[in-house]
Ligand binder design. Structure first.
Ligand code: AFP
Length: 281
């Protein structure tokens, strides 16, 4: 497994270089969800695939940018599901973006998720690695290497509120709940990139990130295998909670197909318990 994390460090440097130096235009193609692909999305996807090809423990890969499962090494152990460049629509305005990796063994669901990692491309390159049963570890690239900063632990209650989705499409229950957090003094922190938004909540002690079911996206927007499950493992391992809108742990999710989505809520214990009460779940 450590070979996979070493290759993710390598990938992080290559994608960071591509973000800083490559063409920001659109490619001729769209991804499996019908979204137009930036050349950078395609390039990042290629960087990851090429790098993982030399890691024998990786049996297969599933990319947010592609349709199905690609087998790399028949005798490998893990399937890595990844979003090569999440939030790529923010690159042209120079906001932070990220890569997300879920490492699965046996089954592509919450039970099969054995580790996850994400990279933040911001003013610095940051990396968080989380092995199941252990605290997430935070690294920062400095002096030519990824230096370990420390373990991540969420406080029981935070101050930040990151509410995703278009407000006019929220349910009244969700809108009332988000308003109630602001009335309690929570501060709005939402860039539109889930990697930096969730990373900020983790490092600033806590709060809530939500992407609910909306009238236009009844099953939420964020994809289970590449976005929701990897971050659910990080939040739960940091002492927080990660649930869907029925109150169940996101780690119990069993995607029906590789690009399946789910409403999702990640946060400290206080905010998630308050959300459960508001939703009556
Ligand atoms: P893009 O990759 O299309 O920029 O989408 C980013 C994202 O998947 C996730 O990173 C954000 O949290 C979420 O979408 C933002 O969606 P809303 O703009 O609907 O809140």
């Amino acid at each position: 497994m450590d070979t996979i994390f070493d290759s993710i460090k390598d990938i992080a440097l290559k994608i960071d270089n591509a973000i800083k130096n490559s063409d920001l235009g659109y490619s001729q193609s769209s991804n499996s969800s019908g979204e137009d692909q930036l050349k950078l999305d395609v390039q990042s996807d290629l960087i990851i695939e090429q790098t993982f090809k030399s890691v024998p423990s990786i049996k297969a890969i599933v990319s947010e940018e592609k349709e199905g499962i690609s087998v790399l090494h028949e005798n490998g152990t893990y399937t890595v599901c990844y979003d090569p460049l999440d939030g790529s629509s923010l690159v042209d305005v120079d906001l932070s973006v990220g890569s997300i990796f879920g490492i699965y063994e046996d089954t592509l669901d919450g039970d099969g998720l054995v580790a996850s990692a994400y990279v933040v491309y911001g003013p610095r390159i940051e990396l968080v690695i989380c092995k199941r049963g252990k605290k997430p570890i935070h690294y920062r690239y400095m002096g030519g290497q990824f230096a370990q900063i420390g373990e991540i632990t969420l406080n029981d209650k935070g101050k930040l509120n990151a509410p995703g989705g278009t407000q006019q499409n929220w349910t009244p229950i969700h809108k009332n709940f988000i308003d109630s957090l602001f009335k309690e003094g929570y501060r709005l922190r939402y860039s539109g990139g889930m990697v930096p938004d969730l990373h900020q909540i983790l490092l600033k002690g806590g709060g809530l990130f939500s992407y609910p079911a909306t009238s236009d996206k009844p099953n939420g927007k964020l994809r289970q295998l590449f976005e929701v499950l990897p971050f659910a493992l990080v939040y739960e391992s940091a002492g927080g909670m990660a649930i869907d809108d029925k109150g169940g742990s996101l780690l119990s999710l069993k995607p029906s197909f590789v690009h399946d989505t789910s409403p999702c809520f990640f946060g400290s214990r206080y905010e998630i318990e308050a959300l459960k009460k508001a939703y009556g779940v």
